[in-house]
Design a protein around this ligand. Structure first.
Ligand code: ASP
Length: 584
C-alpha cells in the first residue's frame, strides 16, 4: 500500500504517529507563513499543516505549487489541532507535513468538487468521474451497495437462489419497445435485450428452483419521461407453491428488512387496498398515504339543484383541505389553473369554505343553500376552517384529476415529508385494459398474470371486469414493485394470448417454449420485481434516481461522457448485414 492510513481514519489517539496518506487536494489555504491543505479520499478529509520556519522552504514551495484535485502522497506526523473542528471525524488532528510527492497533477476541474457544486447537469454528466468524487453522489452509491447487500442477505436467508438469466434474448411483451441487437452470425436476425427476465424466472420454477432472485439490469426503449432510464435495475423474484398472501408477506418482509437494516426504521404494518378502492379514495393506483385527504363522493347530495356542471356529470366528488378555509382568491385561482392544465383536464373547480362561525361560503352559493352545503361538509367530516374542493365529470377522469389535486394541495401543505414512509399493497388489479390506439385489450400487468378464477366467467362477456392476481407495492405515491401469481397451464395461457389478439400461430412462435414447458409439470408460481434504482432514491430521500446510478443517461437517453448512442463504421454495418446508417 502507498499509504499507512486513509484520510478518514486518524484521531487524537494517533498523535505523534508517523503516517503516510494519499488522496486528492480538496482545498489549499495559504496564509503566508501558515498553510493548510485538505486532503481527501473516499473515507474522509484530513488537514495537512505547513509552517514557515518549521517546514523546509523547498517543501513549502512544493506545497504552494499544488492545485485542486492533484493526487499526492504525503508523509508527516499526527499533531493535535489548536482550532478543533467538531464537524469532521478527523477534526481534532492535523498532519505536520515532512514530505509531499505529487503522484499526478490535475487540470482545474470544470466544476467544484464540493457537496454543493456549481456544475450544471450536463457538465456533471460529461465529467461523471469527477462528479462521483463528490460526497453526496458517492454516498448515494454506497447506500445502493448497502441495499443490494441487505437484499441478498434477506433473500438468501429464505432460501432464494440468485440465478443469472441471459441478456441476449427474444422480445417479451411487457408493454414497452425492445432494444434490439443485430446478430452477425445470423444476418437479418436480432436479439432483444430483456425488459425483464419474466419468462426465464418462470421457467426456473418449472425447473424446480422453487425460489429465485436476481438483481438484474432490464432495458426498455420508451420515450424518456423525466427521470426514467433506458436501462434500469430490478430486484426480480419468483417463488413456487405459494399463494398471493405468501408473496405479499415475503416481500413486505424484504422491504421491512431493508428499512430496518439500512435506515434503522421500523415500518408500520403494510395495509392492503384494492385497486378499485385506491381509485375511488385516492384517484390513483399508487396512492400517497403519508396523509389522508381521501376523495369523497357528492353525486347523490349535489345533483338536482340545477347547477348544469353537476347535472351533466357522471361523478361529483371532492377532497377536503384541512385548515385551508383562509385560502385567498389568488390561491384558489391557482388551484383552478392547476386542475385546468391539459394533463389534469378538469373544466373548473368548485370550492366550499367552512367558515369559523359555522357558515359556508362557496363558488356555487347560487345553487346551494347552507343546509345543502353542510351536507357536502358532512361527507368529508369537514370542520370549521376547512376548504372543500370539488370536481365533476366523467368518473375515471374526475377521480384521476382529484388524485392530482390531492397531491398538489398536500405538497403545498408540506404533507409529503421525505422522512415519513407509508407503504401499502395495492391488490386486485384489472387483468386487462382497453387500448384506444390499438383497439384491443392489453394485459395491465403482463400476459403471464393469472385471472381470479371467480372472475373467469366474464373473460369473454365483460373482459374489463376480470380482476387479476396482481399486486403492486406502493411507497409514498411511487410504485416500487409489482408482480402477480402466474398462469401455469397451457390452456389458460393460450386463452389469454387469444384475448390479447395473438393468433394461435403467433403465440406459439413467440411463447411456444413457455407453453411447452407448462406441459411438463409446471408448479403453481408467482413473483414480483422491485425497481431498485427508485427504491434506493426513496431511501436516500432524493427526487431523482440519477445519483443512485453510477453512470446514468440523460433525459434524451444519451451517455454524455462516452457520447453514445453513436454511429458505427460502415465495415461494422456491412458485417451485420445492415445496409444504411440512419441519418443523424
Ligand atoms: N416482470 C414484471 C415486471 O417487470 C414483474 C413480475 O411480474 O414479477 O414488472
Amino acid at each position: 500500500m502507498l499509504r499507512t492510513h486513509t484520510c478518514g481514519e486518524l484521531r487524537i489517539g494517533d498523535v505523534n504517529k508517523h503516517v503516510t496518506l494519499t488522496g486528492w487536494v480538496q482545498r489549499l489555504r495559504d496564509k503566508g507563513s501558515l498553510m493548510w491543505i485538505d486532503l481527501r479520499d473516499r473515507y474522509g478529509i484530513t488537514q495537512l499543516f505547513l509552517e514557515e520556519g518549521q517546514t523546509e522552504p523547498a517543501l513549502l514551495t512544493a506545497a504552494r505549487s499544488l492545485g485542486r484535485e492533484y493526487v499526492v502522497k504525503v508523509q508527516g506526523t499526527v499533531a493535535e489541532r489548536i482550532a478543533k473542528n467538531d464537524k469532521m471525524p478527523t477534526g481534532d488532528i492535523e498532519i505536520k507535513v515532512s514530505s509531499i510527492e505529487v503522484l499526478n497533477a490535475s487540470k482545474i476541474p470544470p466544476f467544484t468538487i464540493e457537496d454543493q457544486t456549481d456544475g450544471g447537469d450536463d457538465l456533471r454528466m460529461k465529467y461523471r468521474y469527477l462528479d462521483l468524487r463528490r460526497n453526496p453522489v458517492r454516498e448515494s452509491l454506497q447506500l445502493r451497495h448497502k441495499m443490494a447487500q441487505q437484499t441478498r442477505i434477506y433473500l438468501d436467508s429464505l432460501n432464494f437462489i440468485e440465478v443469472e438469466t441471459p441478456v441476449l434474448i427474444k422480445s417479451t411483451p411487457e408493454g414497452a419497445r425492445d432494444f434490439v441487437v443485430p446478430s452477425r452470425m445470423n444476418p437479418g436476425e436480432f436479439y432483444a435485450l430483456p425488459q425483464s427476465p419474466q419468462t426465464f424466472k418462470q421457467l426456473l420454477m418449472v425447473s424446480g428452483f422453487d425460489r429465485y432472485y436476481q438483481i438484474v439490469k432490464c432495458f426498455r426503449d420508451e420515450d424518456l419521461r423525466a427521470d426514467r432510464q433506458p436501462e434500469f435495475t430490478q430486484i426480480d423474484c419468483e417463488m413456487s407453491f405459494i399463494t398471493q398472501e405468501d408473496v405479499l408477506s415475503t416481500f413486505e418482509g424484504l422491504v421491512r428488512h431493508l428499512f430496518r437494516s439500512v435506515k434503522g426504521i421500523e415500518l408500520p404494518t403494510v395495509p392492503h387496498i384494492t385497486f378499485a378502492d385506491a381509485m375511488a379514495f385516492y384517484g390513483s393506483d399508487k396512492p400517497d398515504t403519508r396523509f389522508d385527504m381521501r376523495i369523497a363522493e357528492l353525486t347523490e347530495v349535489a345533483k338536482g339543484k340545477g347547477f348544469s356542471v353537476f347535472e351533466d356529470a357522471q361523478l361529483i366528488a371532492g377532497i377536503c383541505a384541512k385548515g385551508c378555509a383562509g385560502y385567498t382568491r389568488k390561491q384558489i385561482d391557482e388551484l383552478t389553473e392547476f386542475v385546468k392544465k391539459p394533463q389534469i383536464g378538469a373544466k373548473g373547480l368548485v370550492y366550499v369554505r367552512c367558515e369559523a362561525n359555522g357558515t359556508f361560503k362557496s363558488s356555487v352559493d347560487k345553487f346551494f343553500d347552507e343546509v345543502e352545503l353542510s351536507r357536502f361538509a358532512q361527507k368529508f367530516n369537514a370542520n370549521a376552517g376547512d376548504l372543500i374542493l370539488i370536481l365533476a365529470g366523467e368518473t375515471d377522469k374526475t377521480r384521476k384529476a382529484l388524485g392530482e389535486l390531492r397531491l398538489h394541495v398536500a405538497g403545498q401543505l408540506g404533507l409529503r415529508d421525505k422522512n415519513t414512509f407509508a407503504p401499502l399493497w395495492v391488490v386486485d388489479f384489472p387483468l386487462l385494459e382497453w387500448n384506444e390506439e390499438t383497439n384491443r385489450w392489453h394485459a395491465m400487468h403482463h400476459p403471464f398474470t393469472s385471472p381470479k378464477p371467480e372472475d373467469l366467467p366474464w373473460l369473454d362477456s365483460d373482459p374489463g371486469k376480470v380482476r387479476a392476481n396482481a399486486y403492486d407495492m406502493v411507497l409514498n405515491g411511487t410504485e416500487i414493485g409489482g408482480g402477480s401469481i402466474r398462469i401455469h397451464d397451457r390452456g389458460t395461457q393460450q386463452r389469454m394470448f387469444a384475448k390479447l389478439g395473438f393468433s394461435e400461430d403467433e403465440s406459439k412462435k413467440q411463447f411456444g417454449f413457455l407453453m411447452d414447458a407448462f406441459e411438463f409439470g409446471a408448479p403453481p408460481h408467482g413473483g414480483i420485481a422491485f425497481g431498485f434504482d427508485r427504491l434506493c432514491s426513496l431511501f436516500g430521500g432524493a427526487d431523482s434516481i440519477r445519483d443512485f446510478i453510477a453512470f446514468p443517461k440523460n433525459n434524451a437517453g444519451r451517455d454524455m461522457m462516452i457520447d453514445t448512442p453513436s454511429p458505427i463504421s460502415q465495415e461494422q454495418l456491412n458485417e451485420l448485414g445492415i445496409s444504411t446508417n440512419a441519418p443523424k
